[in-house]
Design a protein around this ligand. Structure first.
Ligand SMILES: [Zn+2]
Length: 200
């Protein structure tokens, strides 16, 4: 996983991979197998906050949730739920959404009138963010939107057999094959080029 210097602090901040064209699938892509087992972007509560922030789903002003470790556990549990639903949907099954619905119950929000910085009035939605489940509710909602609106023929894994990234193919022709042209697409191109050279 790439790590870059954060603009706003002198510390290094982990960078999530956002290439799925869908936030719920990006959430699945936070875990990937390696030769020695599994890598997980989520190792601490702070990693989950970092990912939520980078995905644009973190509420302003909230930087921790109690008890310690609850956010990490809940994020990993939600990811397992979404993964099993995506895989089951891909296999043409009729998945039971009750585990995902349990996360959606936590999605509590209400409308509120606010004065903006430029002194105009805005009607905004305020979300509760007191518990791990409430913090993750926007991710659960993204997954619910995926299941209710996506064409699952276009929800696919990267064509590179060594890659596990999921993506939603939003291209018009629907022929997206790789999670990223810059990495997997390019690697496969080089491989097939070498194969062609050998056949000459
Ligand atoms: Zn890939």
């Amino acid at each position: 996983m790439l790590e870059v210097m954060s603009k706003h602090s002198r510390s290094f901040e982990k960078r999530g991979v956002f290439l799925a064209s869908d936030t719920a699938l990006d959430f699945l892509n936070t875990e990937w197998p390696t030769a020695s087992g599994k890598e997980d972007f989520f190792e601490t509560d702070e990693d989950v906050f970092t990912w939520l922030r980078q995905a644009g789903l973190a509420p302003e002003g909230v930087t921790s949730v109690r008890p310690s470790g609850a956010l990490l556990r809940a994020a990993q549990a939600l990811r397992t739920v979404i993964r099993s639903l995506v895989e089951s949907r891909k296999e043409g099954k009729v998945p039971d959404f009750s585990d995902l619905n349990a996360f959606l119950i936590a999605a509590q929000s209400h409308p509120q009138l606010l004065w903006t910085k430029s002194k105009t009035i805005a009607l905004e939605t305020v979300r509760s963010a007191d518990t791990a489940e409430q913090l993750l509710a926007p991710v659960a909602l993204k997954a619910a939107e995926l299941f209710s609106t996506a064409d699952f023929r276009r929800v696919r894994r990267c064509d590179d057999p060594t890659c596990v990234h999921w993506f939603n193919d939003l291209t018009r022709p629907g022929r997206r094959r790789w999670c990223s042209m810059a990495t997997c697409g390019n690697r496969l191109k080089v491989k097939s080029y070498r194969r062609r050279l050998k056949q000459l």
